[in-house]
Design a binder for this molecule. Structure first.
Ligand SMILES: Cc1cc2nc3c(=O)[nH]c(=O)nc-3n(C[C@H](O)[C@H](O)[C@H](O)COP(=O)(O)OP(=O)(O)OC[C@H]3O[C@@H](n4cnc5c(N)ncnc54)[C@H](O)[C@@H]3O)c2cc1C
Length: 407
């Protein structure tokens, strides 16, 4: 487990800006983690390579994030939810999964769970902005913007980082929230399983002629997947997943051609569709760290588990992990113990691994099945959809994942 990297001693001339916790990355997971520690009396630094004004008002990145009820509840408790403009929050009440050109669909219905909706959905840049506002309002962390962590390590007494301006910080605990390609994870020698799907995902918002009735569609066509997720009014978030070597071609399509193509591929279900913003592209690489901690070090957010977006669990899991780790730290602090000690970090690892692993593995199996174009796989997919409709417990289990709240 990279003992050598972990054991790197702090440089002897280490000056000292001393904190209790240093967080690398002020994305939604890092900010939520700091916010979850408000009121603990801990001195926390959060280092972020982006400038402060970008964090305060992040640009549109094309992602619309479907949330679970648990995430909605947590964001409420952390004071994040109140910073999302209500008119920007849409809800998914129904979800339909379609295989190829088959008219048959697996149907998820909020009424079956006795809930008003399966989950809310909103733009990622609004979540980032709201998390930043909640962080600032809580005032329990010092933001060090415009700075990149270039080296990190730990010994038995402290963890440390070096910033790109030469500044050095140390703390009882270092937390990496620096994305699925986490450099800090690498510095600590924690291996991660990466699965490059060889596919990319193109996301955009589109207006359409007909109402979506708060229904999300996941259409598994033979060469690509098309997800259409309901937003406010007659607008949807469109997510196209396709082999990476074909993505450039779709990104280069003229607007009219793209609109016609999506309208046809979606079988005119919402009438004519037209782009209402830019197209954004993301390579699809799923990541699962072998462990979520090392000496005086923990991983949260995508740095711990980076999901394929098809099941919309990435941020939901990241938020859950951030709160789980904060809970362990509060408990250690309450006992007057060491917040960076291994037993608490191990408990975080065990709890988060138990929550994340089945979802991660299940998502990858689903991706494999639905990107397999062989005739047998097509038949198997149809069979599974029918079985899913008939076999209520499986369907209800998936819906429970979306609608359950924290105990
Ligand atoms: C197309 C798409 C659709 C998605 N849909 C959903 C969905 O419906 N539901 C859902 O739950 N999730 C979804 N996700 C996943 C979700 O967007 C991510 O899980 C979430 O944004 C990860 O947040 P994070 O804070 O862990 O990492 P990031 O958002 O990647 O933030 C990491 C931060 O660390 C900073 N950083 C990196 N390295 C350093 C360094 N060395 N020094 C200082 N700072 C550094 C970066 O600048 C960045 O601000 C989707 C993802 C994609 C791509």
């Amino acid at each position: 487990m990279g003992e050598d990297a972990m054991d790197r001693k702090m440089p002897p001339d280490f000056p000292t800006e001393v904190y209790d916790i240093i967080v690398v990355g002020a994305g939604p997971a890092g900010l939520s983690f700091v916010r979850a520690l408000a009121g603990c009396g801990l001195k926390i630094a959060i280092v972020e390579k982006l400038p402060r004004d970008v964090l305060a008002d992040p640009p549109v990145d094309g992602r619309d994030i479907a949330l679970t009820h648990r995430s909605e509840q947590t964001m409420g408790e952390l004071g994040i939810w109140s910073h999302i403009p209500p008119e920007e929050i849409a809800v998914i009440r129904h979800a339909r999964v379609i295989n190829g050109t088959s008219p048959y669909a697996l149907h998820f219905d909020h009424r079956e769970m006795g809930k008003d909706y399966l989950g809310p959905i909103m733009a990622n840049h609004l979540i980032r902005r709201a998390a930043f506002r909640a962080f600032e309002a809580a005032g329990n962390g010092e933001l060090i913007p415009d700075r990149t962590v270039v080296a990190a390590g730990s010994d038995e007494r402290a963890a440390w980082v070096v910033l790109d301006d030469g500044r050095r910080l140390r703390a009882s605990l270092l937390v990496a929230a620096d994305s699925r390609f986490s450099e800090t994870r690498r510095q600590f020698g924690i291996p991660a399983r990466m699965r490059d799907f060889g596919r990319s995902c193109i996301v955009c918002r589109m207006d359409h002629a007909q109402d979506h009735d708060d229904t999300a569609f996941e259409c598994f066509h033979y060469d690509r997947t098309l997800a259409v997720l309901p937003l406010a009014g007659r607008q949807s978030s469109v997510v196209i997943t396709l082999p990476s070597d074909r993505a450039a071609e779709v990104m280069a399509m003229g607007e009219d051609e793209f609109n016609r193509d999506i309208t046809a591929r979606f079988g005119q279900r919402l009438g004519a569709m037209g782009l209402s913003g830019g197209r954004h592209i993301y390579p699809l690489v799923a990541v699962y760290a072998d462990r979520f901690f090392a000496r005086r070090f923990a991983l949260v957010g995508d740095a711990a588990v980076g999901m394929h977006p098809v099941t919309a669990h990435g941020f939901n899991l990241g938020l859950r992990g951030a709160v789980t780790l904060a809970h362990q730290i509060r408990a250690a602090r309450g006992r007057g113990g060491d917040i960076g000690a291994a037993p608490g970090l191990r408990r975080y690892h065990v709890a988060h691994n138990r929550a994340a692993r089945p979802i991660y593995l299940g998502t990858n199996v689903l991706v494999g099945l639905y990107t397999d174009d062989r005739p047998a796989a097509r038949v198997a997919r149809n069979g599974l959809l029918r079985l899913g409709n008939i076999f209520k417990p499986a369907r209800r289990r998936i819906m429970r994942q979306l609608t359950d709240k924290a105990a």
